[in-house]
Design a binder for this molecule. Structure first.
Ligand SMILES: [Zn+2]
Length: 373
């Protein structure tokens, strides 16, 4: 759509004022006029404008020509187009910078938004864990747990025994670790921020040695000690949290987290968090003088049984990175046999009935096979 109005034109060469009709295309910002019987046009990025009282001045920096316009038929739509959306001179400059600059700026803006949403915001959100009081971890964990056990069958006897096993270990935990063994074929285990560790009979059935259970427990408890599920939840919800933060609605933060408590089980931790849980877990194994081969054994066994299927939490950086196995190998530590843990593990009912000597002997064999792999 075009707007026309009376204008006074100076051609930049002589001082003569020419009265003529100036048109303006509101879509493109292009100006059209006729001077000395020639049709001329100014592209939108070739001129800039200034308001002097009621007069609008348009300059063309290339040839110093200019227009003075007092006709509201032209000036009003022109100013609405440019001045209205661009109070700040930054924007008026941009508008005059033309199409290429607009596309460039749009791409840069999109790039920044993309980077923020992919990296900066999730990263920042993860750090926001320090702003959330640890008491909230209990609240959200308990909320999820209470719902979870309504739909799952708890094996009371195994729960008691695994709890006994865990209580014999020194786990650097500030929260009481509460074990729940759920009767299910699912090969899985997961930790909740409130200190619950849920272990499925499906994963217990895969184990043959107490070192493996100790590895699983050490890994899951490290997720709790380091508040990983809270960090992963914050990362997952970073988009929503970010927008409620920029809208100044920070009180909605905990509401958003609470209403997503059901995400706690299916959370996938980032590779960094898994690596940290392994590293911290191996430290706990050492502290308890338990052979770190438990980690490696569990990795190998679980990746064999869950091939192609949804991997258990313990392996959820899939495909199970060989880096994790390598790290376990590198941290090799033999420790010593913990008879108490071994006895409890036998009671849970998964281990073979080996004599003490056979048990030590088979561990040596396993260790050798794994080390030579
Ligand atoms: Zn994990």
């Amino acid at each position: 759509m075009q707007y026309k109005g009376e204008a006074i034109y100076h051609d930049g060469i002589c001082a003569k004022a020419n009265e003529l009709e100036l048109s303006f295309d509101i879509e493109t910002g292009e100006l059209y006029f006729e001077h000395d019987n020639l049709k001329k046009s100014w592209a939108p990025y070739s001129y800039h404008f200034e308001k002097r009282g009621a007069t609008l001045i348009l300059f063309n920096a290339r040839d110093y020509s200019n227009f003075e316009i007092s006709d509201p038929a032209f000036a009003v739509p022109f100013l609405q187009r440019f001045d209205g959306i661009a109070q700040a001179s930054f924007y008026t400059r941009l508008i005059r910078a033309g199409f290429a600059a607009h596309v460039g700026l749009a791409l840069i803006t999109l790039g920044i938004i993309y980077f923020m949403s992919q990296h900066a915001i999730p990263f920042a959100s993860e750090k926001a864990v320090y702003l959330i009081p640890p008491s909230f971890d209990d609240k959200i964990g308990e909320t999820y747990y209470n719902e979870f056990i309504q739909f799952n069958y708890v094996d009371e006897n195994k729960t008691k025994l695994v709890q006994k096993f865990v209580d014999k270990m020194e786990l650097d935990n500030k929260k009481k670790i509460k074990i729940t063994v759920v009767n299910s074929y699912e090969v899985n285990a997961f930790a909740l921020p409130s200190g619950h560790v849920v272990v499925y009979t499906g994963i217990l059935d895969q184990m043959e040695r107490y070192e493996e259970l100790a590895a699983l427990v050490s890994h899951e408890v490290s997720h709790i000690n380091k508040r990983h599920s809270m960090r992963a939840l914050l990362r997952e919800l970073s988009g929503q949290l970010f927008f409620s933060a920029i809208l100044g609605d920070v009180s909605r933060f905990t509401d958003i987290l609470m209403s997503n408590a059901n995400e706690l089980k299916g959370l996938s931790y980032s590779r960094n968090l898994e690596t940290e849980a392994d590293r911290e877990g191996m430290k706990l194994m050492r502290k308890n003088k338990i052979n770190i081969v438990g980690f490696q054994l569990l990795f190998e066994r679980l990746s064999a049984v869950t091939k192609g299927a949804e991997p258990p939490e313990f392996l959820n950086t899939h495909p199970l990175s060989s880096d994790r196995i390598k790290a376990a190998k590198k941290n090799m530590y033999r420790g010593e046999i913990n008879h108490e843990l071994r006895r409890i593990f036998e009671e849970i009912g998964m281990s073979s009935e080996e004599t003490e000597d056979e048990f030590s002997e088979s561990l040596k064999e396993i260790q050798e096979i794994l080390e030579n792999n």
